[in-house]
Design a protein around this ligand. Structure first.
Ligand code: HEM
Length: 142
């Protein structure tokens, strides 16, 4: 253990973040959310729990924007981000296909990430447009 007095504080805040992520990802009574291309999907329905639930093969994609991982078919923690820098044409095409044919076709959209709705300086992105999701009827309750 180091003698630097700042280390324990940094370590305990990292643990707090890890714990809150885990409870968010693994609570079985809560819906399972993940984002692709800044669009947040509820992936609980259908076979979603078998893909994304606790102990399921794609659980690592949950609770974050996993665009890069989906594009590269990678579960490497470094790829589980919204960053598409340096992806090949083929990976970008694959990303769009999976986005449209899997996520938008199967799972209801429940929101958008800040990267999608805000500019880098935090101001609202005036060009933001919600995604069309023709297979789902939006209920007029709220
Ligand atoms: C040995 C490697 C893999 C095999 C054999 C495999 C196989 C499959 C199969 C059979 C399905 C379709 C299941 C169904 O519709 O019933 C599927 C879906 C999928 N796979 Fe994989 N996969 C592999 C690796 C990966 C990796 C590394 C990723 C990383 C992101 C990935 C991401 C996905 C996604 C996002 C879906 C769609 C799930 C959904 O419908 O919500 N796969 N995979």
């Amino acid at each position: 253990m180091g003698s630097n007095g700042k280390k324990p504080a940094r370590a305990s805040s990292a643990v707090a973040v890890a714990n809150s992520c885990q409870s968010w990802r693994f609570r079985e009574d809560q819906p399972i959310y993940m984002a692709v291309k800044g669009v947040v999907f509820d992936v609980t329905s259908g076979k979603g729990t078998e893909f994304y639930g606790k102990g399921a093969p794609y659980n690592a994609l949950v609770g974050k924007d996993s665009t890069r991982g989906v594009a590269k078919m990678s579960l490497d923690p470094e790829d589980l981000s919204h960053d598409i820098t340096g992806l090949s044409e083929e990976e970008l095409k694959s990303l769009d296909d999976i986005f449209n044919d899997v996520y938008k076709a199967k799972y209801p959209i429940v929101g958008y990430t800040s990267e999608r709705i805000l500019n880098e300086d935090g101001s609202p992105n005036q060009n933001f447009k919600p995604e069309d999701q023709p297979h789902f009827s939006i209920r007029d309750e709220f």
